[in-house]
Design a protein around this ligand. Structure first.
Ligand SMILES: *Cc1c(COP(=O)(O)O)cnc(C)c1O
Length: 377
């Protein structure tokens, strides 16, 4: 493992767990379905290069990203397979699509017209909107969708859609998802009926895999689940979730302040000591991706004990109250605080941490900052 002794705040990655998660998701799906994991947003904050290396070793060849720059980084790193950009790319950057053999999503039929004006051939997957109303040409327009194959400068290698509520288990959400699946199947059958073939299909992200594992497409696009985490702690899935979290988030104690009763810590006088208190200052803050909302709700682990987060989260620091810890007197500079992960017998999951801030793990992880060092163990 890379040395974290010098770090103020860092992420540790358990690469074996990442490989285990890939194997778990692969096993749920029909054997003909390959994983095309979503490694956008720096692999959900984990660090895209170590994640890509581990997935390549697990037999993954293809990846999904959100931007041209993310695609270029992977290609330069040596990824040979398909790299699909899931969203819009400006015309000014089409050249980079050719240069790096990136696959562009056709976000709707009119964007397809713009792509088709490219001077050189561009690889594309056609996005189909089956009810999400975000990206994709509407499933109702089979003619406009099939016409994309006729554009001379586009090579269509895939067709995909995205589910709006695959994580939901209310009757409405399940019915809606099944209807999206039906529309997707209808559109791919309609395309084939026109004599078009040789394209790959994909529909499911993490919850599509876990809750609709019977779907049979060429690829699946797991994001959050490949990192061993669910979006929320209480999400029930049809396939029991066996993923194991890959990421731990840690920060250093910089100093410990002794406060007298009535003294305050931090901006806005937000924390007032109710008695003589020991407050540890951690070297991590909102610029590293710690949401300001967790102040007052969450806790961190220090030497196997829980310490509540107090005061306001600062840009580069935050406060925890260590007064009540058994080892309170021993907590001092250089101690390791665990924000996500294990310490002694205790652990704080990414789901619990996201819950402190009233959000989902996808948001917390993808916003973890560039400034955090990433170490592979
Ligand atoms: C981000 C993304 C995914 C992965 O989603 P998870 O829910 O994290 O698995 C899949 N497909 C598309 C189109 C996405 O934008």
């Amino acid at each position: 493992m890379r040395d974290t002794k010098r770090s103020r705040a860092w992420i540790e990655l358990d690469i074996e767990r990442l490989k285990g998660n890939a194997a778990f998701l692969k096993k749920i799906l029909p054997s003909s379905c390959a994983l095309m994991p979503a490694v956008k947003a720096n692999a959900y904050g984990h660090g895209v290069l170590p994640v890509a290396d581990a997935l390549l070793e697990s037999g993954v060849s293809h990846f999904c990203v959100a931007s041209v720059s993310e695609g270029i980084e992977l290609r330069r790193h040596g990824v040979k397979g398909e790299i699909l950009i899931l969203g819009y790319t400006a015309e000014e950057r089409f050249r980079e699509l050719w240069d790096y053999r990136l696959t562009q999503t056709v976000v709707d039929a009119s964007y397809g017209e713009i792509l088709a004006k490219s001077k050189r051939r561009i690889l594309v997957h056609v996005g189909v909107d089956t009810g999400m109303h975000r990206l994709g040409e509407t499933w109702k327009n089979l003619d406009r969708i099939a016409a994309i194959w006729e554009k001379k400068n586009l090579t269509v290698t895939g067709v995909f859609s995205h589910l709006s509520a695959p994580d939901g288990n209310t009757p409405e959400e399940v019915a809606f998802t099944k209807e999206q699946i039906r529309r997707f199947d209808e559109i791919t059958a309609g395309i084939r009926k026109r004599g078009i073939s040789g394209f790959k299909t994909h529909l499911q992200g993490s919850y599509g895999i876990l809750n609709y594992p019977e779907c049979s497409y060429d690829f699946a696009r797991p994001g959050i689940a490949i990192y061993g985490v669910k979006s929320r702690a209480d999400d029930d899935t049809k396939t029991p979730f066996e993923g194991k979290p890959v990421l731990s988030l840690k920060a250093r104690v910089q100093c410990v302040k002794e406060l007298e009763e009535g003294e305050t810590a931090g901006y806005g006088l937000a924390f007032t000591a109710k008695k003589k208190s020991r407050i540890a200052v951690l070297s991590v803050g909102y610029a590293d991706g710690i949401p300001r909302e967790i102040a007052g709700a969450g806790s961190v682990l220090l030497r196997g004990e829980r310490a509540p987060i107090v005061g306001k989260i600062c840009m580069d620091q935050m406060f925890v109250d260590v007064t009540e810890l058994h080892l309170s007197e021993q907590i001092g500079p250089y101690d390791e605080a665990v924000l996500i992960g294990e310490s002694g017998e205790l652990s704080i999951s990414a789901e619990e941490f996201a819950g402190f801030a009233g959000t989902i793990t996808n948001e917390i992880l993808s916003r973890l900052g560039e400034r955090l060092e990433r170490c592979v163990c």
